[in-house]
Design a protein around this ligand. Structure first.
Ligand code: UDP
Length: 323
């Protein structure tokens, strides 16, 4: 198969490219390096089944050519990271909505299957734990920029589902829950690489809010396996699937574990959300997926524990491992 990955030089995209090359597919990547980086794909350049183009998915003629040459499209190009959404809301909203619109429109011309990567952020402040794909989305006010990310991704989902239903375009949607692993950078706010970086430098580990909020962190290898499974399974077409671990951990607990894994030198400090982001910021208390849908259809089962995930990031950031 010839596969196109938008955002393929990003953290998740580069792991996906590697996995698909390992399955003997031809892989083409388009990435504008806004948050991705050449160093993520440097080790793939030698592979004659791999090619990459540094460009935006907004370059329609270029993307059209690449979609034409592919059998299917993994659409990962997006503005990611809460910090980035807060810093550049206009860029984030337009990239996510217009970008997906372009990808779906081009794929629709020749009915190439598109796997859309969405986010657990769409559940917003829902308290229906564990979150089921057919559960309500509970988003905050529009004056709080954080929710634009969830909204833009929800629009992407609506659009993909509409193409699926009205145009018979094969699509599947994966809602990813806090993906973590080697090559993720803390620059855009992601908590584990941030904490690990702070711990390795012996700096204070910065817990935002009271630290009682929880997340389920999922290793990128477990995410990539699910994305490939959803692409390769016809019965996934037209469906929305949670992809995440169910191992719920508070940010306080996470900070203690990272502190220990990085040499026990850091203090753990608490910083109010208003100071970390801005006074309009709102966080969610709990986020846990119901994964029975992906489990039943593709046998999805996360395999990495939180301590293995932390250890992998520590080794990567110490420069001991490059993937
Ligand atoms: N967080 C934190 N310190 C940081 C960065 C993030 O305490 O330096 C918190 C953040 O407020 C959230 C959780 O860690 O409650 C996960 O944040 P991240 O941005 O990684 O992902 P989110 O789940 O918010 O999209």
């Amino acid at each position: 198969m010839r596969v196109l990955i938008t955002g393929g030089a990003g953290f998740i995209g580069s792991h996906l490219a590697e996995c698909l090359l390992g399955k003997n597919h031809r892989v083409a990547v388009i990435d504008d390096l806004s948050t991705g980086s050449i160093s993520n794909i440097r080790h793939l350049k030698e592979n004659e089944r791999f090619e990459y183009v540094i460009d935006s998915i907004m370059n329609v003629p270029r993307l059209a050519e690449m979609v034409d040459e592919a059998d299917c499209v993994y659409h990962l190009a997006a503005a990611v990271g809460v910090q980035r959404i807060v810093d550049d809301p206009v860029g984030a909203i337009t990239t996510n909505i217009r970008g997906t619109e372009i990808v779906l429109d081009l794929a629709d011309k020749k009915k190439k299957k598109v796997l859309i990567t969405s986010t657990s952020e769409v559940y917003g402040k829902s308290t229906q734990i564990p979150f089921r794909e057919d559960g309500d989305l509970v988003l905050g006010a529009t004056v709080r920029p954080r929710w634009s990310y969830a909204c833009s991704k929800a629009i992407d989902e609506f659009l993909a589902l509409a193409y699926g239903a009205a145009h018979d375009l094969p699509i599947a949607i994966a809602r990813l829950f806090n993906t973590v692993g080697p090559r993720q950078t803390g620059r855009y706010g992601m908590v584990i690489p941030r904490f690990v970086g702070q711990g390795l430098r012996g700096e204070p580990i910065t817990v935002y809010g009271d630290g009682n909020q929880t997340r389920c962190f999922t290793h990128v290898a477990d995410v990539v396996g699910a994305l490939v499974g959803l692409m390769e399974t016809r019965d996934a077409d037209g469906g929305v699937f949670n992809v995440g671990s169910q191992d719920e951990i508070s940010i306080n607990n996470l900070a203690s574990r990272v502190r220990k894994a990085t040499g026990d030198r850091s203090d753990i400090v608490h910083i109010p959300f208003a100071e970390a982001y801005d006074e309009n910021f709102e966080d969610m208390d709990r986020r846990v997926p119901d994964i029975s849908k992906a489990q039943d259809l593709i046998g999805y089962r996360p395999t990495y524990t939180i301590d293995q995930i932390i250890q992998g990031v520590v080794e990567f950031m110490r420069g001991e491992k490059d993937s």
